[in-house]
Write a protein that binds this ligand. Structure first.
Ligand code: ATP
Ligand code: MG
Length: 361
């Protein structure tokens, strides 16, 4: 049997708790010989201790191992000498160095989870947001221009290459994914403000060009403001939504809110060869270190990791592991006996982990 090396970075805040929980669940699902986890330093707390957010050996491991599974990074108040926040620079650096251009965030309503949207049943909300992860309005992060404290600008950068690859990724995903919108059509919705800014008009035009190569997938358009209403009124219409970096950031938190919040929202950041998996939430310092965090988002991100690795390497053991982890989470949530606090229950991080592992056994 092959084995796969996974670089974990537990990171800051609730990162260590949720990352360890995911490692426990994945090991339960796949055994100890399929996945080999090794933990590395990185993040804001590590910067405070050592002066390095992303130490060299950590980067080397992330670059060379089969996948990355992370907790969370960033702690309020930890700053660089110039006063700017360290934040989740760990992931920003990895994103750019490894060119992780597609940030994939599934939005799926599980049985047992109360959606704030009335009238939608589990299975009816099941779509994926693909956030462009390397350019757009966040391209000039840290490089904006401040003119004598009077005028401040940031640059929005849309490139043909950056848009083409994220659009292709989204159409390919629409072709092969399982969940279907209510009308059964495979669909990619392009989220932009093409009516206002020429950069977004270009984003849309390049998506149109890519769409021409996918006759079996419908292309659909939504302005970023309008989609926030559509996502509440007709979430069952969506299949894959592709968005520029900042719009993707915003609508993926909104999407998470419609299916139970950040504690349940998984995320994958993918490049040509690399994959970084972690919950869509941040380090949640308000609840860190108290065994209060929900590990569900990180566990489901771990399932995304198994599926991605399984597809990359054509390995059925990984694909079946992905299915079993998702089914175990689904069963625990549906049963409603062990419920994490952010979903209205009393279960601790370790209670949830144990309940998911029991299901797997
Ligand atoms: P970032 O800037 O990294 O996106 P953020 O400021 O958006 O971070 P998060 O850390 O994502 O903040 O969390 C916001 C709040 O949501 C937290 O303070 C916490 O109360 C809640 N939360 C986030 N993740 C979880 C989790 N896994 N389990 C329970 N509650 C969570
Ligand atoms: Mg956030």
């Amino acid at each position: 049997m092959r084995s796969y090396d996974i670089a974990t970075i537990e990171g800051d805040g609730i990162g260590p708790e949720v990352c360890r929980a995911a490692v426990t669940v994945l090991t339960e699902a796949c055994g100890t010989s399929l996945l080999r986890f090794a933990n590395f330093d990185g993040g804001a707390l590590h910067y405070q201790r050592s002066g390095a957010v992303l130490p060299e050996d950590t980067f080397a491991a992330c670059n060379s191992m089969h996948a990355m599974l992370h907790g969370a990074a960033g702690l309020p108040g930890v700053t660089y000498p110039d006063g700017t926040e360290v934040g989740n620079d760990l992931h920003l650096q990895l994103r750019f160095k490894l060119d992780l251009f597609a940030n994939v965030r599934p939005i799926r309503l599980y049985a047992g989870v109360q959606s704030p949207l009335a009238g939608f049943q589990p299975g009816q909300i099941d779509y994926v947001i693909v956030r462009e992860n390397t350019e757009g309005l966040y391209a000039s992060r840290g490089a904006g221009v401040n003119l004598r404290g009077e005028v401040v600008t940031d640059q929005l950068v849309i490139t043909r290459k950056g848009t083409e690859r994220v659009a292709k990724f989204s159409f390919d995903l629409a072709r092969r994914r399982q969940g279907a919108p209510r009308d059964g059509k495979r669909r990619v919705t392009v989220c932009d403000k093409a009516n206002i800014l020429r950069s977004y008009a270009f984003f849309r035009a390049v998506c149109d060009e890519v769409a021409a190569g996918y006759a079996d997938v419908e292309i659909d358009y939504a302005y970023a403001d309008a989609i926030t209403v559509h996502m509440l009124k007709k979430p069952d219409f969506y299949d894959v939504i592709v968005a520029e970096n900042m719009f993707g950031d915003i609508i993926s938190d909104l999407g998470a809110g419609t299916v139970g919040g950040l504690g349940i929202a998984a995320s994958a950041e993918l490049g040509e060869r690399h994959g970084l998996f972690q919950g869509a939430h941040g380090s949640a310092p308000d609840i860190a270190g108290q065994n209060l965090a929900s590990p569900v988002a990180t566990v489901l991100s771990g399932a995304l990791m198994l599926r991605w690795l399984g597809e990359q390497h054509g390995d059925a053991a990984l694909l079946s592991g992905a299915d079993r982890v998702e089914q175990a989470v689904e069963a625990v949530l549906a049963e409603g006996r062990v419920v994490p606090r952010d979903l209205g229950g009393q279960a601790s991080c370790t209670d949830m982990t144990e309940a998911i592992c029991r299901r797997l056994r």
